[in-house]
Design a binder for this molecule. Structure first.
Ligand SMILES: Nc1ncnc2c1ncn2[C@@H]1O[C@H](COP(=O)(O)OP(=O)(O)OP(=O)(O)O)[C@@H](O)[C@H]1O
Ligand SMILES: [Mg+2]
Length: 336
């Protein structure tokens, strides 16, 4: 049985022009050839450290920035060439929750107005009263109760956790098929995170919404997602079911990330791999395998020339159809 795609990204590139004399005509390749699929109803976590291109990818999918190349298929339609009305109509199916709930909401608006706004933009609802009812239902679904009372507050009167719930209510009111959540809990107090994630999980169960869940925290991805894609310097380096990726990481980068998950059943203190060095700048991506300057396996194998000259592509591994890895030596035998 073939699963239906909600989002399919093909060879996506996002570049930023470099400024200053040294940067003339040069670009930073923040997203550098990404293929990624999210199936209907599933949660895919995109995991990577700061600067790996996660937000650039989310912004390109939402068409908040223009990709420099590639296709973004939403429910089977490439949205990259679309503009204006056509883009707005299809974008209704995709909503985004941003990292910073203080920046993403207008502090002078009442909560109810904020949540009703997307309805007016898309001309949904017969009357103001109907739109209000829909907004109250969305607030309630996002866990803001009593909705009528909270709806009358101004967003600047709310806590970070409440604001993120308003953002969730504004996202679900259009009944999107996919929500892109870019680090939705990383700016919130630890005590509030579980509540927000619970609301997001409930929406998945009740509305069948798919998620592209962006995080730098692999253990969070493991808890929340069905599948995980690991991004490094603008490229997916490994992709598998959440269970398989944690139990059997194959890329040396993923192995290092898994080795420091602070959960005893996953890792032991002795097996920790602490990566040295920083993620390079996307303005000067290393040759060959972009991970080689930080790769423990590269050093262990005596610095194979292949890693310096050839760019590994994401390939299916023999153990599982859905487990893909971009490493020449991930099986440790070097025979690929
Ligand atoms: N508007 C911009 N102009 C120039 N470079 C940018 C711009 N936005 C992002 N970058 C660069 O692109 C790379 C990827 O940034 P991006 O914000 O997509 O990463 P991220 O994975 O979301 O990181 P974080 O975890 O810190 O949010 C970084 O090197 C960043 O400095
Ligand atoms: Mg980001």
């Amino acid at each position: 049985m073939s699963k239906k795609l909600s989002l399919s990204i093909e060879d996506l590139h996002v570049t930023y022009p470099l400024t200053g004399a040294a940067g003339k005509n040069k670009v930073a390749r923040a997203v550098d050839g990404v293929d990624l699929q999210v199936f209907v109803g599933e949660t895919l976590a995109l995991v990577g450290e700061s600067g790996s291109g996660k937000t650039s990818m989310a912004n390109a999918i939402m068409r908040l920035i223009d990709p420099s190349a590639g296709k973004i298929m939403i429910d089977g339609v490439d949205v990259v060439p679309l503009q204006g009305k056509e883009l707005r109509a299809i974008r209704r199916n995709f909503q985004m929750i941003f990292q910073d709930p203080f920046e993403s909401l207008d502090p002078r608006q009442r909560v109810i107005e904020t949540v009703m706004e997307p309805l007016a933009i898309h001309s949904i609802g017969e009357s103001e009263a109907e739109r209000r009812e829909m907004a109250l239902a969305a607030l309630s679904q996002a866990g803001l109760r009593p909705a009528a009372e909270i709806g009358e507050r101004f967003t600047h009167q709310l806590s970070g956790g409440q604001r993120q719930r308003v953002a969730i209510a504004s996202a679900i009111i259009l009944k999107p098929s996919l929500i892109i959540a870019d680090e939705p809990v990383s700016m919130l107090d630890v005590s509030l995170r579980a509540g927000i994630l619970r609301v997001m999980a409930d929406l998945r169960d009740q509305l069948g919404v798919s998620y592209l869940f962006i995080t730098h925290d692999l253990s969070l991805a493991w808890m929340f997602a069905d599948r995980i894609a690991v991004i490094y310097l603008g490229r997916i380096v490994e992709e598998a079911s959440a269970v398989d990726l944690i139990a059997n990481p194959m890329h040396p980068y993923t192995k290092a990330l898994v080795s420091v998950i602070p959960v005893p059943e996953v890792t032991s203190l002795e097996d920790r791999t602490i990566l040295t060095g920083e993620i390079p700048s996307p303005a000067s991506i290393p040759s060959g395998c972009r991970f080689h300057p930080r790769c423990p396996l590269f050093r262990e194998l005596g610095e194979p020339a292949k890693c310096l000259t050839e760019d590994p592509i994401l390939q299916i591994q023999s153990n599982a159809e859905s487990h893909r890895v971009a490493c020449f030596f991930s099986d440790n035998k070097g025979n690929q």
